[in-house]
Design a protein around this ligand. Structure first.
Ligand SMILES: CC(C)(COP(=O)(O)OP(=O)(O)OC[C@H]1O[C@@H](n2cnc3c(N)ncnc32)[C@H](O)[C@@H]1OP(=O)(O)O)[C@@H](O)C(=O)NCCC(=O)NCCS
Length: 174
C-alpha cells in the first residue's frame, strides 16, 4: 500500500472523486432530503478537510494504484469544526489533551486486512513530527469500529448522548 497526502497528489481531482465515493459508501446515512443536505453532509465530514487541511488528508492506494481508503484529519480542532458539529462543544475540555482529530474510511473490499491500522500509524507519525501531543475521534459507542480504534491505542476519554445516540470520544496521546 502507498500513502500520500492530497497536497502531494498528482491526480488531485480523480483521487477526490474516488475518496468521495468511499465516503458515501461507508456512511451509515444513505438518504438525504435533497442535494443541499447531501452537500452539507459531505462538507461537514469530508470537504472541510480536503479544502483546509490537504497536508493531513491521506490517501491509500493499492498495488494497481486503485484508491483503497482515506483519512481526513486536522492537526488541531478549530472553530470551523465546532460550527459544523455543535455537539462537539460538550467534548471541548477533554480535547485539550488530544488536539488533532480524524475520520477514516476504507472501501468494503479493503477492510479487515490491517490497512486502516497502517494508515492511522502514518497519520500519527506525521502528527508527531509536528510535535502534536495527541489525537482523537468521535464515533458511536456501539459501532464495530470502536474495536479498531481500541486495538490501535485509542481509549474512551468522554461520552455524551445526542438524541438516542451515545457518542464516545476516543483519544490517544502521541
Ligand atoms: C474502520 C476501518 C477504517 C478500519 O480499517 P481496517 O483496515 O478494516 O481495520 P483493520 O483490518 O486494521 O482492523 C480490523 C478491525 O476494523 C474494524 N472493521 C473491520 N471492518 C469493519 C466494518 N465493515 N465496519 C466497521 N468496522 C470495521 C473492526 O474493529 C475490525 O476488528 P474485528 O474484525 O475484530 O471486529 C474500516 O474497516 C472501515 O472503513 N469501516 C467502515 C467505515 C467506518 O466504520 N469508519 C470509521 C468511522 S468513525
Amino acid at each position: 500500500m502507498q500513502i500520500h497526502s492530497l497536497s502531494e497528489s498528482t491526480s488531485h481531482r480523480a483521487e477526490l472523486e474516488a475518496t468521495e465515493q468511499i465516503f458515501f459508501e461507508s456512511s451509515s446515512k444513505k438518504t438525504f432530503s435533497g442535494e443541499e443536505e447531501r452537500l452539507r453532509f459531505l462538507q461537514r465530514y469530508f470537504g472541510v478537510y480536503a479544502e483546509q487541511d490537504p497536508d493531513w488528508f491521506l490517501i491509500a492506494r493499492g498495488a494497481t494504484n486503485q484508491v483503497l481508503g482515506y483519512l481526513a484529519g486536522a492537526p488541531e480542532t478549530r472553530n470551523e469544526h465546532f460550527i459544523l458539529n455543535p455537539y462537539l462543544e460538550e467534548f471541548r475540555q477533554v480535547m485539550g489533551h488530544y488536539p488533532a482529530h480524524l475520520h477514516i474510511n476504507f472501501s468494503p473490499e479493503a477492510r479487515g486486512l490491517g490497512l486502516g491500522s497502517l494508515l492511522l500509524v502514518e497519520f500519527e507519525r506525521r502528527l508527531k513530527s509536528h510535535s502534536i501531543p495527541g489525537v482523537h475521534l468521535v464515533t458511536g459507542a456501539t459501532e464495530r469500529n470502536v474495536g479498531f480504534y481500541n486495538k490501535n491505542g485509542y481509549l474512551e476519554a468522554s461520552r455524551i448522548r445526542v438524541g438516542s445516540t451515545e457518542l464516545v470520544l476516543l483519544g490517544k496521546r502521541l
